[in-house]
Design a protein around this ligand. Structure first.
Ligand code: HEC
Length: 99
């Protein structure tokens, strides 16, 4: 029991937050998008665009998540419109101001 508790604590401090405090957008992003885009948006796996540098407006983001583009799969069957909105809001928080 003690070992389980300790590893939970270590896990929580390593990630800096617990899943309970994670916003829905972030949880969705880490589940569906991070394998290509990375948790920070800059992984670029399979040619994924760097979301820190993306300038896409909201409507285009929503469309791209719904319909996908090239290697990026469409999510409209897997996510509700509300979840897609949460995701668009979250990925914009990954943006860094242009240098
Ligand atoms: C299988 C890998 C993969 C997954 C999973 C994936 N993407 Fe992508 N994403 C890509 C690729 C590849 C592109 C570049 C498409 C192109 O323009 O050629 C891209 C581009 C984008 C863009 C456009 C950025 C720009 O400036 O043009 C957005 C926004 C985006 N992804 C968001 C998401 C979100 C949100 C999710 C999760 C719901 C997600 N992606 C999941 C591979 C992926």
């Amino acid at each position: 029991m003690r070992i389980i508790l300790i590893s939970l604590l270590v896990f929580q401090s390593a990630t800096g937050f617990s899943t309970r405090h994670m916003g829905e957008g972030q949880a969705l992003y880490e589940h569906h998008c991070a394998r290509c885009h990375g948790t920070d948006g800059a992984r670029g796996m399979f040619g994924a665009k760097n979301l820190q540098k993306s300038l896409l407006p909201d409507t285009a983001i929503t469309l791209q998540i719904r319909n996908g583009k090239r290697i990026m799969p469409p999510f409209k069957k897997r996510l509700t419109p509300g979840q897609i909105n949460e995701l668009s809001a979250y990925i914009k928080t990954l943006r860094k101001p242009a240098i």
